[in-house]
Ligand binder design. Sequence first.
Ligand SMILES: C[S@@+](CC[C@H](N)C(=O)[O-])C[C@H]1O[C@@H](n2cnc3c(N)ncnc32)[C@H](O)[C@@H]1O
Length: 206
Amino acid sequence: MSDGYTLDRFARHPFYQEVNRRLVALTGLHRGQCVVDLGAGTGAVTRLLVEQVACPEAEVIAVEPSGSALEAARRNLENIQDAVVRFVQGSADRLSQFVKKPVDAIFFCNAIHLVQEKEQVLKEIQRTLRRDGTFSFNTSFYEGAEPPEAEQFYRKWMVKALRALKSGYGVMPDRTRVEARHRLTEAEYIQLLEDNGFRMQVQSVD
Ligand SMILES: C[S@@+](CC[C@H](N)C(=O)[O-])C[C@H]1O[C@@H](n2cnc3c(N)ncnc32)[C@H](O)[C@@H]1O
């Protein structure tokens, strides 16, 4: 992720807050728990997690590979007092190296589609979760996310966005390196989870 990081503004949007809030509510956290926010970005989900577990014993660990995003998260959460928030720069595929004690819950919001080595990440999540801990993730980048009648609109919208990025900012994605283009179906995600020792508890499509 480059230093020209621009997620912050988007992450403040009410609809973005709402989908993440819903995932957190579905998980059912408790006060005092220790929770990892994987791929924490600029801390939008970290804040939601703090709200749920807040008390002096609670800990939320924000893990994020981008230094600039992590700095923004640190700034955005500097006033938090009702839980310990730890910021760790690192990638999900090495999670157990940064988080050494078993945690109650791990969240990976709006990011799993960016990861090529999903199996490796799931193994790391298993290593880091306590027995019967929960792993929650969401993504809108999966095969079938758009209804067939909206696919053409989606494709045109992508082309328009790419043109705007090129003309306005001189940037072009390297198509061979854009992992989010390799989209899994819901069934493939479930299979991947089950193959790696997870048991599905709640699945929600909005
Ligand atoms: C769209 S942002 C979502 C940020 C935050 N979870 C949220 O929902 O606001 C995706 C984040 O995933 C992070 N990311 C990408 N690859 C990652 C990896 N291998 N391990 C952990 N995080 C990763 C990116 O740096 C980025 O901050």
